[in-house]
Design a protein around this ligand. Structure first.
Ligand SMILES: Cc1cc2nc3c(=O)[nH]c(=O)nc-3n(C[C@H](O)[C@H](O)[C@H](O)COP(=O)(O)OP(=O)(O)OC[C@H]3O[C@@H](n4cnc5c(N)ncnc54)[C@H](O)[C@@H]3O)c2cc1C
Length: 498
């Protein structure tokens, strides 16, 4: 057994604070909430925060405290004005238990915060942010072929820990996304067609429940909770303090980028036909990027293959011979260099929206024509960006039955997502045409796709989200919710209903 603990935030003394604080919630969660109190009697909220601070090993930060701004910074600036009344920088599961008990006893809303990448801003709250970033650790058991992560372990951390072993899990490509939020919603990446979802590789997890009790869930203990933690979505059943995964060995791979700036319709239709013939060892994103300024609309294929680049070229040859790419690159790389090559880094602070729909088979040529028509209507300019992505689904992701875990989307051929990004400094009002374009594109694609959406691309604008994320598994998820969180402590706009 070999262990490594990585990083942590600066420790500081906990400070309880009285005083009245108005927190205005913005973005999709407009409204205003009063938290805190000017009084200092034993039962006042101000005094309660001091009680919480005393019960924690890690610091409790309140607005105005040193470190609060950094700890409350939003990953998606759209939700930056949802500011917590307190942030508990937990040192370990006991701190998480203390937070849950205190929030329940004091009627203060709480959320777990790991990587902070919830598309809906659901790891932000005007109440208590139970922050797992200080308690991160990742331990490899080489003999058992397992990895145990505790607290917030981001994919950038995971690469550092696992590289010496040449072992990995079905992780994603964004270095700052964290393992726990990712896994709870299923979790797919370039390795999932070969090795399944992150949730499929989960062997056991420790969860702090609404009662404050910590339990271990695996196939034989709290098996219904274990089932729900594999695709039931983050923030619903408790706070997962650790997760143990099976690892797979990695070696050399190949990657490619091919860009087409002409014949987008032919290229996209050909890809749709090929999707079901591609080997499970190959993964792909096909991205349509709208024209901006003097740059034309492009179609880009970003691929990863567990095999040599000469085979990867063969796999893509039907599209390349139909329409020559304006740029193409095929590389043989180590698995780890390939991760760097494919990394989806975030860049400077920005705001974004993203909406998804699963597509069952090849999208019809009418559907592709609709998408291209929408792409031509992109209203952005300057530092804004729009994108329409097809993620190749299938392979090991659709082998388990839809009922075997909470993750129901086991028959799709691709996952479509449309998104827009704009600089943090740009007012949301000015981004409205971009948001409208995302909504219009998402609506236009409806007749050519399924009603299902990916729960990890959680979408505050989605009306029928319960069915879209969970389909036939919703009623069992509600039963698990009633059993483990009967008072709905873990509640947010799209939490599983009791
Ligand atoms: C740039 C970017 C790229 C992405 N790429 C992919 C991708 O390739 N594949 C994919 O599948 N997804 C992808 N996602 C989506 C991502 O998986 C989800 O946003 C995921 O929920 C993020 O988890 P987090 O811990 O980083 O975020 P958080 O916002 O911290 O958490 C997400 C949700 O889970 C809850 N939560 C967090 N930690 C815990 C815990 N320990 N216990 C219980 N609940 C918890 C939070 O309260 C919140 O509701 C991407 C997102 C972004 C922004």
């Amino acid at each position: 057994m070999n262990g490594l603990t990585v990083g942590g935030l600066t420790r500081r003394q906990a400070l309880g604070r009285g005083g009245r604080l108005l927190v205005a919630a913005a973005g999709a969660q407009a409204g205003a909430t009063w938290v805190g109190s000017a009084t200092s009697s034993a039962n006042s909220p101000g005094a309660s925060w001091r009680v919480l601070a005393r019960s924690l090993q890690g610091p409790l930060l309140r607005p105005g405290d040193a470190g609060f701004r950094a700890a409350s910074a939003a990953e998606n600036d759209l939700y930056a004005s949802v500011v917590p009344a307190g942030i508990a920088l937990c040192e370990g599961p006991r701190d998480v238990q203390a937070c849950v008990r205190w929030a329940r006893d004091n009627g203060v809303p709480l959320v777990a915060r790991s990587g902070g990448h919830s598309f809906g801003g659901y790891s932000r709250t005007t109440g208590l942010q139970v922050d797992l970033r200080r308690m991160k650790s990742a331990i490899v058991d080489r003999d058992a072929g397992t990895l145990r992560v505790s607290g917030t372990v981001r994919f950038a951390d995971l690469d550092r820990v696992l590289k010496p072993y040449n072992l990995f899990i079905p992780a994603g490509q964004c270095p700052s996304v964290a393992v726990n939020g990712f896994t709870l919603g299923g979790g797919f990446g370039f390795y999932s067609r070969a090795h399944g979802l992150a949730g499929d590789q989960l062997k056991r997890t420790d969860v702090v429940l609404a009662s404050g009790q910590k339990v271990t869930a695996d196939p034989s203990r709290h098996s219904d909770l274990f089932w729900a933690c594999r695709g039931g979505g983050g923030g619903n059943f408790g706070i997962n303090t650790s997760m143990t995964f099976s690892l797979f060995p990695v070696g050399d791979v190949s990657v490619c980028t091919c860009v087409w700036s002409s014949k987008p319709e032919d290229v996209l239709n050909e890809f749709q036909q090929l999707f079901k013939h591609f080997p499970d060892t190959f993964s792909l994103i096909v991205r349509i990027t709208p024209a901006t300024g003097s740059s034309p609309m492009t179609v880009t294929a970003l691929g990863h293959y567990f095999g040599p680049s000469r085979e990867l070229r063969d796999i893509l040859s039907p599209v390349l011979s139909l329409a020559p790419a304006s740029q193409q690159e095929f590389l043989d790389l180590s698995f780890w260099k390939a991760r760097d090559y494919l990394a989806d880094t975030n860049g400077p602070p920005h705001s974004y929206v993203e909406r998804s729909r699963y597509v069952a088979g090849p999208m019809s040529s009418a559907g592709i024509a609709t998408l291209l028509d929408q792409t031509r209507r992109w209203p952005g300019a300057g530092a804004t960006a729009g994108r329409l992505d097809f993620w190749l689904w299938g392979g090991a992701m659709i082998k388990p039955s839809p009922r075997s875990t909470a993750f129901v989307h086991r028959s799709a051929r691709s996952l479509f997502a449309v998104g827009a990004t704009w600089p943090a400094a740009m007012a949301t009002r000015r981004a409205r045409p971009l948001i409208n374009w995302v909504n219009d594109t998402w609506a236009a694609v409806g007749p050519h796709a399924t009603p299902y959406a990916y729960q990890n691309f959680i979408d505050p604008a989605l009306r029928d989200w319960k069915r879209a994320y969970y389909g036939a598994n919703l009623s069992r998820l509600s039963r698990v919710k009633r059993a483990y969180d009967p008072d709905d402590l873990f509640n947010f706009a799209q939490s599983i209903p009791t």
